[in-house]
Design a protein around this ligand. Structure first.
Ligand SMILES: Nc1nc2c(ncn2[C@@H]2O[C@H](COP(=O)(O)OP(=O)(O)O)[C@@H](O)[C@H]2O)c(=O)[nH]1
Ligand SMILES: [Mg+2]
Length: 686
């Protein structure tokens, strides 16, 4: 492949519902563009894009992959993405690196969650929709198109109408923009007349396109009003304008075998080259401390942004980047501005699927790969001292779905931690922490499928067997009633004895942010002052373990009111022990109870789901505190919920909102657990 300049190359994210055919369509494009001799299949596990063991096993994409190809003297970097919502981090990274998106829509289902998600995520990008799988017996192109129009309105521009044989096999298509028919001959197409019976359908679409063309400028509008026909050039210019301004989304159709050429043609014809996107990036100028508005400009000094890191077991760490400005060449020394460290480019690659193809240089707008960088990670900018800039971070979805992770067989905690740290490097939607209180190792991700894939990667890449278990919740204990207890500790073991007596009043404070408050109101030296610290020490130790299930105690006030001592036998130790005994006896009589942690949960959803979300929160013993309307029908609901009830919220929310909702939460405080739940918690601890 030759060196392509910013104005001859573009980056296209391929998005859509899981199983809609993204990987297969990309495979077909790669074949059509002459990159591979033979089309691989999902079933045989030999596509260029799904090369990872985990992808072959699942027969679905898990990681983003990059397939650069040449078409019509342009370079197109296709970024294949997983459709499953759990791998949203890959989609977020891919979209960050792409100027445009192809949305692959299955032809036989309703407008699916995955389609809506993809359209939403790519809302700021130029888009083409590809209706795939027209060879499927249940395929219904017209129905699909109607649904798209109903959901997205006038922007939907079907520039291609399929010619079907017996209503179920696509044998060609009408290119409505050009008003010409084409019939498939193997991989290629031949011109053919537009079938008479299709004329009505085609004319309807033609009118839509003409209207769209008329709306692009005054000159064309006048032509339209005068009923003068547009030239092919005018139509294609107007379509390109519409696509780049995002007022038009061309709809194409076919299968993962046919219709591929027009898709490639359209990508090159309608999408902007990276170099055409002037003023498309706001960057932080490290020297001037101001924001610069720049494009993918080859004339500026070189800089690049790392949007993906892969822990390759054979070559080490791969850093995948987009060249933002200038030209990147082997041998260059660049500064990582985020880490303030220098990196030398030993070798430069173009990555295609799993393959690393060595290149000498890459121009602004292009995507490349470096290996063995020592300091750099995803979201870092590398640049020269001439122009020190920092590109904005990819805003990855934050992980809130957690599970404990425990070793099985020969693996152990240290091995798990070291392998997970490598995976954290490649996946910014993953988190790993060891809970200080429970000592449980916990991983947090987007959902159950995400965490399952982490377990599979640990096994496949690091030969580590693990099991996931529920997160251990840290409960607390308190009392609900005041109680005064007098306790004497007396021991006579020949010679020196032990003696201490305390009378302590215990009261609930209802303030669960502190463990205890210690006071004393002793009259007439019943307990000498010198022993007060010993009493408090006894208290400090005692509140570590409540009487119900051994959880730390919160929210009590303990006042030492009386007691007695012995001039010879009393000691600090004796008063400490007396206090501990007193505490235990008092607690069980002061109506002890379990406190459970509560979180403030923020849920972001489309307003149509408001009712469902609220009633679900009620069922989960939560309270809705407030709800706000944000832009675009988006609502934020703030709730106060017991932590134990939202451990599976990622899954609950996904099913309630067709995968569209997202959430976050923070620990807020403790509340008294209802009896039945307290019983269960105590049972579990036994
Ligand atoms: N019949 C038919 N099957 C297809 C088509 N495109 C993809 N498939 C099959 O659909 C399944 C999912 O395809 P895949 O490319 O993995 O979808 P992705 O999840 O969107 O990447 C695979 O079994 C493909 O062989 C198509 O146009 N027609
Ligand atoms: Mg795929």
């Amino acid at each position: 492949m030759r060196v392509y300049h910013a104005d001859e190359l573009g980056n296209v994210a391929v998005l859509g519902h899981s199983g809609s055919g993204k990987t297969s369509v990309i495979e077909a494009m790669a074949k059509r563009a002459g990159i591979i001799d033979k089309i691989g299949s999902i079933q045989s596990g030999n596509t260029i894009s799904d090369y990872d063991d985990e992808e072959i096993k699942r027969q679905a994409s898990v990681n983003m992959s990059i397939i650069p190809l040449e078409w019509d003297n342009c370079k197109v970097n296709l970024l294949d993405t997983p459709g499953n919502f759990d791998f949203v981090g890959e989609v977020e990274a891919a979209l960050h690196a792409c100027e445009s998106a192809v949305i692959v829509v299955p032809s036989y289902k309703n407008i699916s969650i995955g389609t809506k998600q993809a359209m939403y995520r790519a809302r700021d990008k130029a888009k083409i929709i590809y209706i795939n799988g027209l060879d499927n017996p249940d395929a219904d192109y017209k129905e699909k198109l109607e649904q798209l129009k109903k959901t997205y309105g006038k922007v939907i521009a079907p520039i291609q109408v399929p010619i079907m044989h017996n209503n179920n096999k696509m044998i060609g298509y009408v290119n409505v923009a050009k008003m010409e028919g084409r019939i498939f001959k193997g991989e290629y197409t031949e011109p053919a007349p537009i079938p008479d019976e299709m004329m009505d359908e085609v004319m309807e679409v033609k009118e839509m396109i003409d209207e769209a063309v008329a709306n692009t400028n005054d000159e064309l509008l006048e032509k339209f009003l005068n009923e003068e026909p547009f030239t092919k050039e005018e139509i294609s210019w107007a379509l390109r304008q519409g696509v780049t301004n995002q007022t038009l989304i061309p709809v194409l159709c076919g299968t993962s075998n046919i219709g591929i050429q027009i898709l490639l043609n359209s990508i090159v014809a309608f999408f902007s080259a990276a170099g055409d996107m002037c003023n498309s990036m706001v960057v932080e100028n490290v020297d001037t401390k101001e924001e610069d508005l720049i494009g993918f400009d080859e004339s500026l000094p070189p800089s690049l942004f790392i949007f993906k890191t892969i822990a390759n077991p054979f070559v080490g760490r791969e850093s995948i980047f987009k060249v933002c400005t200038g030209t990147i060449r082997t041998g260059m020394t660049l500064l990582n501005v985020n880490k303030n460290e220098v990196e030398k480019i030993q070798k430069l690659y173009m990555k295609r699927g799993k393959e690393l193809i060595e290149v000498d240089e890459l121009c602004a707008g292009d995507i490349g790969c470096m290996t063995k960088l020592s300091h750099s990670e995803t979201n870092d900018t590398l640049c020269t001292l001439d122009y020190r800039v920092k590109y904005p971070d990819i805003k990855f979805s934050k992980p809130y779905y957690g599970k404990g992770i425990k070793p099985v067989g020969k693996s152990n905690e240290e091995k798990i931690a070291s392998a997970l740290n490598k995976l954290l490097d490649e996946d910014k939607t993953l988190n790993f922490i060891t809970n200080a209180e429970t000592k449980q190792q916990c991983i947090y991700g987007i959902g159950d499928i995400h965490l399952d894939s982490v377990v599979a990667k640990l096994k496949a890449r690091f030969k580590i067997d693990v099991l996931l278990e529920d997160i251990i919740i840290c409960y607390r204990e308190t009392i609900q009633k005041a109680y005064t207890q007098r306790t004497k500790f007396k021991k006579q073991t020949g010679g020196h004895g032990q003696y201490g007596e305390v009378e302590i009043e215990f009261k609930p404070t209802h303030d669960y942010s502190t463990s205890y408050i210690f006071k004393e109101k002793v009259f007439g030296g019943a307990v000498p002052k010198a022993y007060f610290p010993a009493v408090e020490k006894g208290l400090v130790e005692s509140v570590q373990h409540g009487v119900l299930a051994g959880y730390p105690v919160l929210g009590i006030e303990a006042t030492l009111i009386d007691g007695s001592y012995h001039t010879v036998d009393s000691s600090e130790q004796a008063f400490k022990t007396a206090t501990s005994m007193c505490f235990k006896e008092a607690m069980s009589k002061a109506q002890p109870c379990i406190l459970e942690p509560y979180v403030t949960l923020n849920v972001y959803i489309d307003d149509q789901y408001l009712g469902d979300i609220m009633s679900h929160i009620n069922k989960k013993r939560g309270r809705v505190l407030e709800s706000d309307s944000l832009e675009d029908n988006l609502m934020k609901i703030v709730c106060y919920v017991p932590q134990m009830e939202i451990m599976e919220y990622a899954i609950d929310l996904r099913s309630m909102t067709q995968g569209q909702g997202f959430y976050d939460y923070t620990f807020t405080g403790y509340e008294i657990a209802p009896d039945l739940i307290a019983k269960r918690i105590i049972e579990m601890k036994k």
